[in-house]
Design a protein around this ligand. Structure first.
Ligand code: MG
Length: 385
């Protein structure tokens, strides 16, 4: 396939990619990154995102974001930015849709709990787990484990990584050791994630009653957009006013990100993807808008993520994950056979994780919120089977 002339020279071009771990024939009717996106959409971990949440647990209401709708919003925002910057839209879409595949049930509370359980075994990092899902845990293809994605997609999924883990990963971990940047497309997906959750968490916070509009008016960025909405639509109120305000916030963030990034890209005089890797981060907000986004984040941390109703959920989640982990590690024969590291013959199964704890972590991380709750009942309630 020849180079796409519509893309900037410093965009990720599949022809210049290190490619896939297992060589495959070129796709006939789509680009390599479109093939990645398609594999992600068809995998089981992607479907589970529907029943995993970030802040609110799935059963708390039908209108809250799940990790699935979150990932779709991230992809939408990231594609808009990528198109404006003439970089690879297919790649940002693939990264965005896959970026949360390794998340535990119960959002950050679940991740923190599993990380604490795994402290003596290298910890648990959800970015690394997302990579594990696409590299090995998905078992769908005859020729390889995982989805055999392109290097750039895998690199974008591995947004953060601790140095000890990076050292074990070979080429994909190298940028953390060398302190280099990933592709522009990975940088875009990263900031699109932030734009998406800051705004939808405000929306969900208001919808759930955890946040009030009066509280939000204390944030200048929100208050400015809200005043603008009231000027444009006198007498507007309720959900319509909230939606109009939030869509303006998202738009303001995206427009600022595009203009600022365009300037940074021009200043860096980029020619190739290698130039991108060696340059400072290119996708960024202006100082002013970056400071506003940081305030928004702080507001959410203080008022939403630590709200007592959210804390109750967090505490319950921690207990469920910890109970499950301890029970399975103590008695691996309670696990479904695929997750029992050592078979009936006393030998580790082929391709088994390095310890039973890792295998339990894989099992728990793959659970949806409701599956984890059900599994907890099955193990701890005598009248549940
Ligand atoms: Mg995310």
């Amino acid at each position: 396939m020849s180079r796409d002339p519509n893309l900037a020279s410093y965009a990720a071009h599949p022809e210049a990619s290190p490619g896939r771990l297992f060589a495959e024939d070129e796709p006939a009717s789509r680009t390599e990154f479109q093939r990645d996106r398609d594999r992600i959409i068809h995998c089981a971990a992607f479907r589970r995102l529907e029943y995993k949440t970030q802040v609110f647990v799935n059963h708390e209401g039908d209108l809250f974001r799940t990790r699935l709708t979150h990932s779709i919003e991230v992809a939408q925002i990231a594609r808009s930015i990528a198109r404006n910057l003439r970089v690879n839209e297919d790649l940002v879409e693939a990264i965005s849709l896959a970026h949360d595949l390794g998340h535990t049930p119960f959002g950050h509370a679940g991740q923190d709990a599993l990380n604490a359980c795994m402290q003596d075994h290298g910890g648990f990092e959800h970015n690394l787990q997302s990579l594990r899902v696409v590299d090995s845990l998905e078992q769908r293809y005859g020729a390889f484990d995982g989805l055999n994605l392109m290097f750039e997609t895998r690199e974008g999924i591995l947004k953060h990584c601790s140095l000890p883990n990076a050292r074990k990963l070979g080429r994909i971990g190298l940028r953390f050791i060398e302190r280099k940047q990933p592709t522009i497309e990975a940088q875009i997906a990263n900031l699109a994630d932030e734009i998406a959750y800051n705004n939808h968490d405000i929306d969900d916070g208001l919808r759930s009653g955890v946040l009030s509009t009066a509280q939000l008016d204390e944030i200048d960025f929100y208050a400015r957009q809200r005043r603008e909405v009231e000027r444009t639509f006198p007498g507007i109120g309720g959900r319509r006013a909230i939606n109009e305000t939030i869509r303006r916030m998202i738009n303001a963030l995206i427009v600022d990100l595009i203009t600022t990034s365009q300037m940074r890209i021009a200043d860096a005089r980029l020619q190739t993807v290698d130039d991108v890797r060696n340059a400072p981060p290119l996708i960024a907000f202006s100082d002013k808008v970056g400071a506003e986004a940081a305030l928004l984040k702080r507001f959410l941390r203080q008022n939403m993520y630590q709200h007592y109703l959210v804390n109750r959920m967090t505490s319950k989640a921690r207990r469920i994950i910890t109970d499950l982990f301890n029970a399975f590690v103590a008695e691996p024969n309670l696990l479904p056979p695929d997750y029992q590291r050592v078979g009936a013959d006393g030998e580790p199964a082929q391709g088994a994780p390095s310890s039973q704890e890792h295998s339990v972590a894989d099992y728990i991380a793959g659970m949806t919120d409701r599956y984890a709750m059900r599994e907890h009942r099955r193990l701890f309630e005598v009248d549940e089977i």
